[in-house]
Design a protein. Structure first.
Length: 333
């Protein structure tokens, strides 16, 4: 008799929880990340989860670790579990179009997070002014070195942000190039966002060029690799190096004088903005905050584009530390 009651309780509890979710209209949000090659993604994940739950949403999270097929399968699994909205950091900007197609078959809208999903009927895009990020790097380095030999170490072509960064970096220095002041002597893309790749390309660049004055790196991991290669030639600290993300290693490199600057994209801002948007989209509420549009090759995608900031030796205290970033990484001010 008692075991009968226990069985009944085991049956009723999940049913009650399910009904509670439905009654309270809990929005089910699927968050698909790529990999954790940059430490920022841990913060993106944690803050996004925290905010979504705070807003009363139910969250499912997965990461593809750079595997395009895996990301598609993860999307499929989440759609089968009944998510109301998908938020995706694409492992590949082009291939993720298949995820959007599939989601729309389930009538589930997709929000592209940080990286744009190209050539599809994408619903929303939440990111930063990524071309501007590249411009900020070139602006900063060209003020310190208006005449000289420049190298560009770009992110992988599979990430639309790499292309936007490169566009910003190169279009900013174009007038200097036309004047003959800056020479772009090296420009190559890595295969993945890693310090090993930054190191490989910096070595290649140094082998092919006698003198390099400045290196525009797509992010801090690439900058770290480039600095390692420069160290081997006793050039670290003499060649200007840019980066992106304000990673712990970049802050240390900036303090040591090896890296000139980095661009910080406030992670809290993007995570909270995307979580808010996801809940609203999931509830089918009107969206008024997506005031920008971004061409993804097929359509003008309604976007929220946030602002990035330059971090250098002089303003570290006011920028990343003020953001609570270093505290989270247990770094001393
Ligand atoms: C880019 C992103 C950068 C950096 C990089 C490597 O898409 O915009 O902030 O983190 O990926 O993960």
């Amino acid at each position: 008799m008692i075991s009968k009651y226990i069985k009944l309780i085991f049956f009723l509890i999940p049913l009650a929880l399910l009904l509670q979710d439905c009654q309270h209209g809990k929005v089910k949000v699927g968050f698909l990340l790529d990999d954790f090659s940059s430490e920022r993604w841990y913060r993106d994940r944690d803050l996004f989860i925290e905010k979504t739950e705070e807003l009363g949403g139910k969250i499912l999270v997965d990461s593809a670790m750079g595997d395009i097929k895996k990301q598609f399968e993860q999307a499929k699994a989440m759609l089968e579990k009944g998510v109301d909205v998908l938020v995706v950091v694409p492992a590949n900007s082009e291939a993720a179009a298949a995820i959007v197609k599939l989601s729309h078959r389930y009538e589930v809208p997709v929000i592209s997070y940080d990286r744009l999903i190209k050539n599809c009927d994408l619903d929303y895009y939440v990111s930063f002014e990524n071309t501007r990020v590249g411009e900020l790097m070139s602006d900063y380095l060209s003020k310190r070195c208006p005449v000289g030999n420049y190298a560009v170490i770009c992110g992988p072509d599979s990430d639309n942000n790499s292309r936007m960064l490169k566009l910003g970096q190169t279009q900013f220095i174009q007038p200097f190039i036309e004047k003959g002041d800056i020479k772009l002597v090296f420009e190559e893309c890595v295969n993945e966002w890693s310090s090993e790749e930054g190191y490989r390309l910096m070595k290649k660049c140094l082998a092919a060029n006698e003198k390099i004055d400045a290196v525009l790196c797509g992010n801090d991991a690439l900058a770290q690799g480039a600095i390692e290669a420069l160290k081997e030639k006793d050039l670290a600290g003499q060649v200007l190096v840019s980066g992106q993300d304000a990673e712990t290693v970049a802050i240390q490199n900036i303090m040591a004088g090896y890296q000139t600057m980095t661009v910080y994209k406030p992670i809290e801002a993007i995570a909270i903005t995307a979580a808010n948007l996801a809940i609203k989209v999931g509830k089918g509420e009107p969206i008024t905050e997506a005031i920008h549009t971004t061409n993804n090759g097929q359509k003008m995608v309604q976007s929220i584009l946030l602002e990035a900031m330059v971090v250098n030796r002089d303003n570290i205290n006011m920028t990343v530390i003020a953001e609570g970033y270093l505290k989270e990484h247990n770094l001393k001010q």
